[in-house]
Design a protein around this ligand. Structure first.
Ligand code: C5P
Length: 399
């Protein structure tokens, strides 16, 4: 899969650097060439000897190496790779990258390179959550740097939270995905995700238990296949995917407006759990208790975004996919929903509490289309997303 690919691997100074020894070995097993670069701090965690022995290449460590600089060595080094991977990307390295500092070999290479860069952050949770790191990460994403992780977990420093470097298999998957086929390249795909919040008064709202996990996984899978993803999300628990256009909304009405403003698109996937009703008149001040008298809320029906888009007579996306979250008679309800809403496919699932699907990591879905019903086995939401994204790619390729 990675045969002949040239990876320039920049190791930063963090305890997670030891994992990069295994990363180098596995990259080489897959046929990649790894050219290692180490910062001074990285040398405190792993030795250049171990790194070069595993890479089978000398480790580059110095910017002011006269022999190499006579041939503009750092410029050549920065351009000769197919992908630059920074792992572990420490707070310091991210800050240098985001701000254009070039005081050592690693940061100079990162400024001089014209090849794609992937950063795999690893640091203490407080350092990661610090506003400066968060600013730098946002800037780097906007600059087109591919961020892989970090994830939440136990850290070497004894704390728990986001900042832990993703595991080596996940770095490998991200690198393989980077070089993988991009059948959705040039396709614009809209995804709705998360719940909506329908306000009652300035402090209260009606919501549902959707975490946004399935929609986010779908956004990521479509992006990985090269799609230009517009991700319209309600207030979800899960952070939206990186590398997509994110539009954040609160209510169903705002979601409809955002969806309409995002058209035209080649395909639209409506994974959001949109509230069916909103409170007819939202109180502009907090509703107070009134000597035991109970407030009476009057409801109004929300627009059905999926049905509205499916029934567009002009400018309808070529493929419209809806979701049906049901607790009983799943298939019968989903069939009826597909006909009523006018969408091409329905992804149906059983969200009864005992399934643990709503808010959980796994999903068991059936895909309903003109071709009939396909039952997929229970699998990770990321795998459901991957499979659905591949199916969407196949369907769009046929049009
Ligand atoms: O009717 P129900 O909410 O079960 O339909 C589910 C499908 O319809 C999902 O794809 C959901 O995103 C979409 N939907 C919508 N607008 C609504 C309600 C549901 O787009 N107001």
């Amino acid at each position: 899969m990675l045969s002949g690919k040239r990876i320039l691997l920049i190791l930063g100074g963090g305890i997670a650097a030891f994992k990069c020894l295994d990363l180098i070995r596995r990259l080489r097993e897959r046929g990649a060439d790894v050219t290692p670069v180490m910062t001074r701090a990285a040398e405190q965690f792993v030795t250049p000897l171990s790194v070069s022995a595993l890479a089978g290449e000398e480790v580059h460590r110095d910017l002011f190496d006269l022999t190499k600089e006579a041939e503009m060595g750092h410029i050549q080094l920065s351009r000769s790779a197919d992908l630059v991977v920074v792992a572990p990307a420490t707070a310091d390295l991210l800050a240098k990258m985001a701000n254009g500092l070039a005081g050592d070999l690693a940061s100079t290479l990162l400024m001089a390179t014209d090849t794609p860069v992937m950063a795999v952050p690893a640091m203490n949770v407080r350092m990661f959550l610090h506003p400066s790191t968060q600013r730098n990460v946002a800037q780097l994403k906007a600059d087109g740097i591919e961020m892989v992780g970090p994830v939440e977990g136990d850290m070497a420093c004894g704390e728990y939270g986001p900042g832990r470097m993703v595991e080596v298999p996940d770095i490998l998957a991200a690198i393989e995905n980077h070089f993988g086929p991009k059948p959705l390249s040039g396709k614009r795909i809209l995804v709705t995700s998360g719940p909506t919040h329908e306000p009652i008064d300035p402090v209260r709202y009606i919501a549902n238990r959707s975490s946004g996990a399935q929609g986010t996984a779908l956004g990521e899978a479509l992006r990985n296949l090269g799609a230009d993803v517009v991700f319209v999300t309600g207030p979800a628990d899960v952070a939206p995917p990186s590398g997509v256009s994110v539009v954040q909304v609160q209510t169903a009405q705002q979601m409809l407006e955002a969806v309409q403003a995002s058209l035209p698109c080649d395909a639209a996937v409506f994974a959001a759990a949109v509230a069916d009703w909103r409170v007819l008149t939202q109180s502009h001040s907090k509703i107070k208790k009134q000597n035991g008298a109970l407030p009476v809320l009057e409801f109004a029906e929300n627009p059905d975004i999926l049905a509205t888009i499916s029934h567009m007579s002009e400018g309808r996306p070529g493929l419209v996919v809806g979701f049906a979250a049901e607790t009983d008679d799943v298939l019968a309800h989903a069939q009826a929903k597909r006909a009523r809403k006018g969408c091409d496919w329905i992804v149906a699932n059983d969200v009864s509490p005992e399934t643990g699907i709503m808010g959980g990591h796994e999903n068991a879905v059936s895909l309903l289309s003109d071709a009939g019903v396909e039952d997929w086995p229970r699998m990770d939401k990321a795998d459901v997303a991957q499979r659905l994204a591949e199916r969407i790619a196949t369907a769009l390729a046929a049009t």
